[in-house]
Design a protein around this ligand. Sequence first.
Ligand SMILES: Nc1ncnc2c1ncn2[C@@H]1O[C@H](COP(=O)(O)OP(=O)(O)O)[C@@H](O)[C@H]1O
Ligand SMILES: [Mg+2]
Length: 253
Amino acid sequence: MKDKDNPMLEVRDLKVSYGAIRALLGISLKVTRGEIVCVIGANGAGKSTLMKAIMGEVKRESGEILFEGKPLPPIPYEVVSLGISLVPEGRRVFANLTVYENLLMGAFPRKDRENIKSDLEWVYSLFPRLKERNNQYAGTLSGGEQQMLSIARGLMSRPKILLLDEPSLGLAPLLVKEIFKELKRINQEGVTILLVEQNAKQALNISHRGYVLQTGRIVLEGSSRELLEKEEVVRSYLGETKASREDLKDRTR
Ligand SMILES: Nc1ncnc2c1ncn2[C@@H]1O[C@H](COP(=O)(O)OP(=O)(O)O)[C@@H](O)[C@H]1O
Ligand SMILES: [Mg+2]
């Protein structure tokens, strides 16, 4: 793959703190065009902070984020207009708007208004259930349907890369399978994906490569196949009781 040395998205030694809480202690990762990359980590590991830092929603303390070789400005609407879209944790659909209106909100940042109609057809083909519920208020959808809507809304800005923050959260295993299968299809249709998850097994099953994030640090990385073979090791990093006294000392200053 000739793009291998030219990542689409590159995070270099990123540090983020919330006051005295050090959420990211200097993490580096790369996503190449066409890949699905996952970052797996327990609750509190720093996954959402990573997503928000890429989107420009939290302040970076130090480090660099490059997109297509250029520094990514920490300004949310610019990040979106460059071709990055986030499907946030907890879905965040607009409950009092219909499915259709939610999708239009996703298309809001784009300039090529003439393509919105064909992209609506595209997301309806990915998630036919949304088409059936086009005029239904988003607040009345099931959890799984809201997740589908959130992903579809994220796609309506026609991103080059789609970031997803724990799409499996709170969903029954069967639905998680269905949604992850859809992510694979979205990737096959040309959208690069960066996924953060606690659900290591499902995330590794659909991704090409993975990173394990533990209390603000990348502790393991490799092809998803390798990481699945080391499942026990990966699991040990996800153990929520594993955060040692040393880790905690490390994180507050
Ligand atoms: N707005 C905030 N203010 C203070 N601390 C925060 C804030 N958001 C997150 N944190 C802390 O930063 C760390 C990483 O959080 P987060 O990125 O949400 O982890 P994850 O998404 O992996 O569960 C945690 O210790 C969390 O308590
Ligand atoms: Mg989170």
